[in-house]
Design a protein around this ligand. Sequence first.
Ligand SMILES: [Zn+2]
Length: 144
Amino acid sequence: MIRCPDCGARLAEPETCRERFGACLTLEYLHPATFGAVHHLSVMCYALQHNQYAKAAWLDARDILGRCVREDLTGAVFLRLMRERLGTKRNGSISRGPKLEGVSGIPWSTTVADVATADPAAYEADIRRWAASVVTDSAAFEPR
Ligand SMILES: [Zn+2]
């Protein structure tokens, strides 16, 4: 077993979170109406846990993910929110620039390693569970 240095997921060697997530993305692109319905959630969960957003964008994405979970927003509404919050002020890049410190110290209860990919219904349920847990687990996190 290996432990992801970013999100703490336990994975069987030589698998990595990046490979697990890549397999999720492939399913989402191949089956946009089923697996792909939760694409906006899976991308935010993965990027937040692996600290891929620049500082301000990480906090914005956490807020938007919280709204997605509480209000059950569709991918289209989510994209509009992301563009409004992140699109104009950063030349289109939400990952460029300094990252938040301390994100790797957040104890994540659910990771990409917990997502079942066998069928679309289980996949969607797991992604929604993952999203809710990311919101809950990061609620107490305050940027330094
Ligand atoms: Zn990871």
